[in-house]
Design a protein. Structure first.
Length: 458
């Protein structure tokens, strides 16, 4: 969908501008180029004559473009710059004020830069920054909020905040120390240290650096491969949870259609050619990590209704739910090591805490298949019901829960779960880092091929 944008006079308030860019628009953006191709939405900051400096208008147009991208059919979204620069940061001409403006009371309308930062934080699809040249100020700090960042080798990064008597922005006072450590973060954010693309990669702000003469071609090839990954269910689950978090419901239930709760990850995506195996590992946001993190952060009570067999991540993710009910015919199987893969969904941390290390290792490393009754005995499932009355009994129980005070339930979950969130995110990242390496191994490919060959003979 395209949006109609007029140049907004300087006298128009940020609030009026925000309202303008959240209305349906008919023509192209003034400060952006937006296109969707190969399941990739690309948003290009298009003020090359200003080195893509971010004006209030650009901020609100970026928000509008992200809103459209969130609802289109693309798999992920890319933000890049037109011309030689990625972005020269905030357009400081808007900061030059007359004496009358300085003496006037502060405006309370939404700050356009805060508006776009919050939009990026809340964006549900993978968001990739393609840094095509130098980045300055917020053009640097905002990168830590993207899911992955690629840069040309000629890109430089500069954050001259204190030279301008300004503070760091875009959550960088929090994200930079976490990414690169407080010492490097302070050197960059407080002492204005300029750094190269290679240095940005070394400290973890950039995922990969490409030669300038092949930058766009190599990045485009990589992005096309990402777009082929089967991400829809994971990101649709994320979107559904986002909706559920904001509706009037007291709690949320996840279950399966048909005879299975979930057979786990779709392994057809793991079958790779020799060329794919020899290629460097993909650094984009993993769709399974994306949904696991969404479940960790979900604030309302989240209940799993296991209506049949569960396999792989369909088992491990259950430990992140607030309670789990299962039919007696459900079985649980985690054949990770049979497929030369690692456990996922924080189970390397949650399973030993729930059932003790011995049982957890038996299940996660030695592929022990177990019944619903056993799952209940070890604490993974709260209650098991007869299969012929499963749905009726669970529905009766849930109706009783729905009568409980909503805010009290949410606050109680916060007390019980909140202390663990940071640790769960840390474990999640570590698990999927190892899984990514293992999924690209020939050992894993061979194991998965054998799995499909045996399955075909059944």
């Amino acid at each position: 969908m395209k949006r109609e944008v007029n140049i907004v006079p300087n006298a128009v308030s940020s609030e009026a501008m925000k309202q303008k860019y959240t209305q349906p628009m008919k023509q192209n953006y003034e400060t952006l180029l937006v296109s969707t191709q190969d399941c990739i939405t690309t948003i290009t900051m298009n003020r090359p004559e200003k080195k893509n400096a971010m004006s209030p208008q650009m901020c609100f147009e970026l928000s509008a473009a992200l809103e459209d991208a969130a609802n289109d059919d693309s798999v992920f979204t890319v933000i890049t710059g037109a011309g030689d620069y990625f972005s020269s940061g905030s357009d400081l001409t808007s900061a030059l004020k007359s004496k009358e403006q300085l003496d006037a009371p502060p405006v309370n309308s939404e700050n356009p830069f805060r508006h776009i930062v919050k939009k990026i934080i809340d964006f549900q699809k993978p968001l990739i920054a393609v840094v095509n040249g130098p980045a300055i100020g917020i053009g640097v700090t905002v990168l830590a909020l993207f899911d992955t960042v690629y840069a040309t080798e000629r890109a430089t990064f500069n954050t001259p905040f204190t030279k301008l008597a300004l503070h760091p922005e875009a959550c960088s006072s929090y994200t930079f120390p976490r990414i690169m450590g407080p010492s490097k973060a302070i050197e960059i954010l407080m002492f204005n240290r300029k750094f190269t693309a290679r240095e940005a990669c070394d400290i973890g702000l950039v995922a990969e650096v490409f030669p300038d003469n092949s930058f766009h071609r190599e990045v485009r090839t990589k992005l096309k491969e990402y777009a082929k990954l089967p991400k829809n269910m994971c990101f649709e689950l994320s979107a559904a949870l986002e909706d559920a978090a904001n509706d009037d419901s007291v709690f949320t239930v996840i279950t399966g259609a048909g005879d299975y709760f979930s057979s786990g990850s779709d392994l057809t995506s793991a079958l790779k050619s020799k060329e794919q195996l020899d290629a460097p590992p993909v650094n984009s946001e993993n769709p399974f990590r994306h949904i696991v993190k969404k479940i960790i952060d979900f604030q309302k009570p989240l209940i799993a209704v296991v209506n049949g067999p569960a396999i792989g991540i369909g088992v491990t993710v259950l430990a992140l739910f607030d309670t789990v009910y299962a039919t007696e015919r459900a079985t649980f199987n985690t054949p990770f090591t049979k497929l030369a893969l690692h456990p996922e969904a924080c189970s390397s941390y949650t399973f030993p805490r729930i059932m003790g290390p011995s049982k957890a290792i038996e299940i996660l490393m030695f592929n022990k298949k177990f019944t619903a009754r056993e799952a209940c005995d070890i604490g993974l499932v709260a209650e098991v019901f007869p299969d012929n009355s499963f749905h009726r009994e669970v529905r009766t129980k849930l109706k009783e829960y729905a009568k409980l005070p909503k805010n009290c339930l949410t606050a109680s979950k916060l007390l019980i779960r909140d202390m663990e969130k940071e640790k769960l995110h840390e474990v999640c990242d570590k698990e999927f880092e190892l899984i990514q390496k293992r999924a690209n191994s020939k050992e894993s490919l061979e194991a998965i091929k054998n799995f499909f060959q045996k399955k075909a003979k059944l």
